[in-house]
Design a protein around this ligand. Structure first.
Ligand SMILES: Nc1ncnc2c1ncn2[C@@H]1O[C@H](COP(=O)(O)OP(=O)(O)O)[C@@H](O)[C@H]1O
Ligand SMILES: [Mg+2]
Length: 256
């Protein structure tokens, strides 16, 4: 059965970073094939993987309105285009959502997208969804059962409060979330006592277990600056080790 892991959290907290680190973790352990979905309108997961994007789902949704080849139904066309848009890499494929529906969009396309996603999902062991702050894309893709929501927070009291709120809003979105973990990212090293207390308190009060803490990392900054793929981060770097420990925790729960 395909397991769906989605990111959540405020902008800039490290969702895309965590997605890339998770992709590294999964592909290195041959927990593949993986579908990585960049569900942020300002797609940038591809940049952390050093990949170029040619075709986004947003573009397909527009094309389906105008550029229909004859002799093909719209759902067939959609399915074909979605397969074309996948960027195929070693162990994983990347799908980029791009811009959401504008006024010029053919909105039934979302239904075709949902249908195609149902079929496509079966091809993968894991689907990793890098969300923007809202979670609308998940329902648009018909991903209603999330095996694991990773809620990423900055290392501040308010950030952690926001993470707790996000953990609570999944109900109204009619998403079924089976597991949730808090990840506190970009923390000072060592973690200040007051922050650790806040985290412990949040974990105790909310139904939100701690996945772990990732320190602020110069390796990440350097990799982002020189544009090399996060998949090439050295395995002995602290950020890779910390994130691997977090994912060990997550998968020991998810795969039990
Ligand atoms: N642990 C970290 N150490 C240093 N910089 C980080 C860390 N995590 C994220 N960043 C940086 O913070 C910025 C925002 O991260 P990003 O993953 O894009 O957040 P989001 O996807 O939640 O908006 C990026 O420039 C990224 O390189
Ligand atoms: Mg992002």
């Amino acid at each position: 059965m395909t397991k769906i892991i989605a990111m959540a959290g405020k902008g800039g907290t490290g969702k895309t970073t965590t997605s890339a680190l998770l992709l590294k973790y999964l592909t290195e352990r041959h927990m593949t094939p993986v579908l990585a979905v960049d569900a942020d309108a300002n797609a940038n997961l591809n940049e952390l993987l050093d990949l170029d994007v040619q075709l986004t789902l947003g573009k397909i949704r527009k094309d389906i309105k105008s550029d229909m080849p004859s002799g093909m139904s719209r759902d067939q066309f959609m399915e074909m285009k979605i397969h074309q848009s996948l960027i195929e890499e070693q162990g994983y494929d990347l799908m980029v959502m791009g811009q959401p529906d504008g006024p010029g969009c053919y909105c039934a396309a979302n239904q075709y997208l949902a249908m195609t996603m149902d079929k496509l999902s079966e091809n993968y062991k894991f689907i990793v969804v890098d969300n923007e702050a809202g979670m609308e894309h998940l329902s648009r893709m018909n991903l209603r059962e999330i095996d694991c929501l990773l809620i990423v927070s900055d290392p501040s009291a308010r950030g952690i409060l926001t993470a707790r709120r996000i953990a609570d809003i999944t109900g109204p979105l009619q998403l079924m979330v089976k597991n949730k973990f808090l990840i506190v990212n970009r923390a000072p090293d060592p973690v200040p006592e007051a922050l650790q207390e806040k985290i412990d308190q949040a974990v105790a009060e909310a139904d939100l277990p701690l996945g772990g803490i990732i320190s602020s990392s110069d390796d990440l900054v350097a990799h982002e600056l020189n544009g090399s793929s996060y998949l090439n981060l050295p395995d002995d770097s602290k950020v890779v080790q910390q994130s691997s420990t977090i994912f060990d925790t997550v998968f020991s729960k998810l795969l039990q």
